[in-house]
Design a protein around this ligand. Structure first.
Ligand code: NAD
Ligand code: ZN
Length: 401
């Protein structure tokens, strides 16, 4: 039995070493499918319109990896591109929250960006942060004016075409950041990218020195971002969490994800009553720490009221400009001595932490997989995006069945 496995490993290796040879069709190893001559991508060709296009699969260079896509989540950025193309990328193959299986590798490819071995058959994800500097953030990248330069799913279309995860295959080019995540299930792998946002936010929160095991924590906004925030806090052992939102269904789910209590702002008239509502859930106390996970400026202005004197706040709800918020600097910040941190995207190090978080979340029974509420096939991608815009689900994903 064991020797069979070894033979298969050897075949895989031999096959991997042959990859550099430019051939249209690769003979499959035992138990593996043949790689087709052509494959499909979903290309955004107009506002709110994808076309399914078929192209010849590109040659795999010595440093490249060809991945058969299993699935990819739809992100807020994809929604913006679909609706308005703010970055002027059309025509483009979108999708950056994707994952799949290596089917072919160049002979120089041996390890992933964390130094883990890579083989044909391994499951991988890409990351939009460069591998050169493990602590680099999007902020640094923008300063260097290289933001978006090497991000699969945001790459302009070219002669290769297989540049995004909304497709059958993706060609990961030499030098790209790639991780072997074979030990995570498909849904966990699709949730890596959004989860990394929360790993980073909690790391930022920890720098205040205020967030501790027994802290009273408010998480405002229970979309995917707020819900994963709750899950991250729970895996750290923080339990006294109050979720705030206006959507009863999402608040129910927040409890499944580990919030102890919830407050529906629709049930409270005015900020004072809402603050009182939050206080009641903490047995008469204000929060020690709060995470702001909505993209609503008013919600930013409100949240200071829920935090005690000397407490902390992590604002992460504005991936893009959502407008100005009005606060009273004396009452909200100075006199309360609030420690405020902002958080944006993640570092490479956070990405590695995220893999462990997803295992821990599963281990303590958090229903992470329920975050993916709706799945569609590649040819249903227009429908999937409309569903995402309708905001009636949580995370919408394309799954290649
Ligand atoms: N910092 C980052 O790097 C980063 C990364 C990704 C997303 N984001 C941001 O996080 C935000 C949340 O993302 P999401 O995918 O969960 O979005 P979402 O729209 O699905 O969820 C937002 C939630 O906030 C709730 N909400 C709105 N106004 C509120 C208010 N006044 N009080 C309480 N709840 C309110 C909504 O009902 C909704 O459930 C977005 O604005 C996005 O830009 C930031
Ligand atoms: Zn994203």
């Amino acid at each position: 039995m064991n020797s069979n496995v070894n033979v298969e490993e050897i075949v895989k290796q031999v096959l991997a070493n042959m990859m550099a040879e430019p051939s249209g069709m690769t003979a499959p190893a035992k138990g593996q499918e043949a790689i087709p001559q052509t494959a499909r991508v979903a290309m955004l060709t107009d506002l709110e319109h994808y076309d399914i296009k078929e192209f010849p699969l590109p040659e795999v260079g010595d440093g490249d990896i060809l991945v058969k896509v299993e699935g990819c989540g739809i992100c807020g950025t994809d929604a913006h591109e679909f609706k308005r193309d703010p970055f002027g990328l059309i025509p483009i193959v979108l999708g950056h929250e994707g994952t799949g299986e290596i089917v072919k590798m160049g002979k120089h490819v041996k390890k992933d960006s964390a130094g883990k071995d890579l083989r044909v058959g391994d499951k991988v994800v890409t990351c939009m942060i460069f591998k050169d500097d493990p602590d680099i953030t999007m902020f640094d990248m923008n300063k260097q004016n290289v933001g978006g330069a090497d991000v699969y799913g945001l790459l302009p279309d070219d002669e290769i075409h297989f540049n995004g995860w909304f497709s059958d295959y993706i060609l990961i080019r030499e030098g790209s950041t790639v991780f072997n995540v074979s030990d995570l299930d498909l849904y966990s792998r699709i949730l890596i990218e959004p989860s990394a946002v929360l790993i980073h936010a909690v790391e930022r929160a920890k720098t205040t020195g205020i967030l501790r095991f027994n802290s009273r924590v408010v998480v405002q906004g229970c979309g995917p971002i707020g819900l994963i925030c709750i899950a991250v806090l729970r895996t750290m052992g923080i339990e006294n969490i109050v979720a705030v939102d206006g959507n009863a269904k999402r608040l129910e789910f927040a409890k499944e994800m580990g919030a102890m209590k919830s407050v529906n702002f629709q049930e409270h008239k005015g900020l004072e009553a809402l603050t009182q509502g939050v206080k009641e859930q903490f047995d008469g106390h204000l929060a020690d720490f709060a995470f702001q996970c909505t993209g609503n400026p008013m919600a930013h202005a409100n949240i200071y009221k829920f935090i005690r004197n000397g407490g902390g706040l992590c604002e992460l709800g504005f991936f893009i400009n959502g407008g100005d918020a009005t606060i009273n600097p004396h009452f909200d910040l100075c006199s309360k001595e609030i420690t405020l941190v902002g958080s944006w995207v993640y570092t490479l190090r956070d990405y590695a932490t995220t893999f462990d978080f997803l295992k821990r979340a599963k281990g303590i029974g958090l229903p992470m997989e329920k975050l993916i509420t709706d799945t569609y096939s590649l040819e249903e991608i227009n429908e999937a995006h409309q569903k995402n815009l309708a905001m009636t689900g949580l995370k919408i994903a394309i799954i290649n069945r």
